[in-house]
Write a protein that binds this ligand. Structure first.
Ligand SMILES: *Cc1c(COP(=O)(O)O)cnc(C)c1O
Length: 423
């Protein structure tokens, strides 16, 4: 008889995978911080399903909210119609996000939230009679998604999109910040950013960046002072600031939003991933009053975007439930505890020959290697260790659910140490 993995290999395509994905594991069920494979093996989840499952799997609060919504209104078109779960969610996002963000556009995925943010910035400058401001300034080492607008601001080298270079919009790339998190940022370390902004100011609509933590582009944590300086330069030049908090939003870095580390507010904010606690796909783009009013005063005065599944009620209900859990406030202590466990647990990796750097921020632990890992070897090795860790390139990293306990974090760390020690 064919296994599930055999059947998968005949018809299914996986993320960043060849037509036939390998290695591949079949998951039967999940609960808390664990999931079970179809052969009965139990894995501790070290990835939160790509930053999203912050409360663990099958949290009863989120499950109950989705079920209740299903019995009332699973979805209705958002053009000309609205509903309680969407309005409530947008009110709460405005309330909890950095100051000044007042209007919310809901969409279905992070990449689309980024497309929406870019489109908003371009429409603002058209409305203000400065259509030549239509390019973006971003940082090397960034990742903003896989659609064409988003790809164009991913790191040109690590951004996985080199193949499409000729088809992408041209933007400006400043050096990856060299000042690390917790350190100051000197004039010299900020020089490249200033230079590009000054040189191309008249063409730049917005700066787009991941605040504090660059995720899939290199898992790099940079100085809050760098971010503060970006905000200052944007204020001086009128260039908009788009903060992509799709990975960092909802507590992952120890603050509800990473912008809080620098005490700044962006003009446009992108959210996704953990928004529904990892249950359903939903994203949001928040705009300042200024962005919304400028756009509204232009011609045609409407924002030119509208996904079919915009404001999906099931996803909004899940997001409201996830925010209820965050409102309880325990996440803050839990993330702080995970941070200290990761620091202790990953420290021994520093002396391994394959390792360049070990860094931890909030509930994110990163072991950077000299060479890219061989996934065909490393992935099954982690499964053998009883943990789910999915490295990419030279990065072995973990961002466990916030509800992960000390023992499970220790198991994740010792598995990383043992596997990296064999490299
Ligand atoms: C994952 C991610 C995206 C893209 O989100 P998708 O839901 O995968 O489209 C964009 N920006 C950042 C920072 C991300 O981590």
């Amino acid at each position: 008889m064919k296994t599930l993995v055999d059947r998968d290999r005949e018809v299914v395509w996986h993320p960043y995978a060849p037509p036939v994905a390998s290695p591949l594991f079949a998951v039967e069920r999940a609960e808390g911080v664990r999931f079970w494979l179809d052969d009965g093996r139990e894995l501790i989840d070290g990835m939160s399903s790509w930053w999203s499952a912050i409360h663990g799997y099958r949290h009863p609060t989120i499950e109950a909210a989705i079920k209740a919504q299903l019995g009332r209104l699973p979805h209705v078109m958002f053009g000309g119609l609205t509903h309680e779960s969407a309005v409530r969610l947008c009110e709460r996002l405005v309330e909890s996000s950095p100051e000044g963000l007042e209007r919310v556009f809901l969409s279905d995925s992070g990449s689309v939230a980024v497309e929406v943010a870019i489109k908003m910035a371009l429409q603002v400058w058209q409305a203000r009679g400065r259509p030549q401001r239509r390019r973006l300034l971003t940082l090397r080492g960034g990742y903003h998604g896989d659609t064409f607008g988003a790809m164009a601001v991913c790191d040109p080298v690590t951004g996985m999109h080199g193949l499409f270079e000729d088809a992408l919009a041209r933007h400006f790339f400043s050096e990856r910040p060299t000042c690390r998190f917790g350190e100051p940022c000197s004039d010299e370390q900020f020089e490249d950013f200033t230079r590009l902004l000054e040189m191309h100011e008249g063409e730049i609509a917005a700066v787009i960046l991941e605040p504090i933590v660059q995720g899939a582009g290199g898992m790099w944590f940079y100085s809050a002072e760098f971010l503060r300086r970006v905000r200052e330069r944007c204020d001086e030049t009128g260039v908009l600031l788009i903060a992509d908090e799709i990975a960092t939003g909802f507590g992952r870095t120890g603050r509800l939003f990473a912008c809080e580390h620098a005490g700044i507010s962006p003009d446009i904010l992108c959210l996704g991933k953990a928004l529904t606690g990892g249950t359903l796909t939903l994203a949001a783009t928040l705009a300042s009053r200024d962005v919304a009013s400028s756009l509204g005063k232009g011609d045609p005065g409407v924002f030119m975007h509208g996904p079919t599944f915009m404001g999906n009620a099931l996803a909004c209900a899940a997001a409201n439930a996830s925010l209820d859990l965050l409102d309880e406030g325990e996440w803050k202590l839990r993330v702080a505890a995970i941070e200290s466990w990761l620091e202790a647990g990953l420290a021994p990796c520093r002396s391994l020959p394959a390792v360049v750097d070990v860094r931890v921020l909030g509930a994110i632990g990163v072991v950077e290697l000299h060479e890219p890992v061989d996934m065909a070897v490393v992935q099954p090795a982690f499964v053998e260790e009883g943990v789910w860790i999915r490295p990419f390139g030279r990065l072995v990293y973990t961002m466990p659910p916030f509800v992960t306990g000390a023992e499970d974090v220790a198991r994740i760390c010792s598995a990383i140490h043992r596997v990296v020690a064999t490299i």
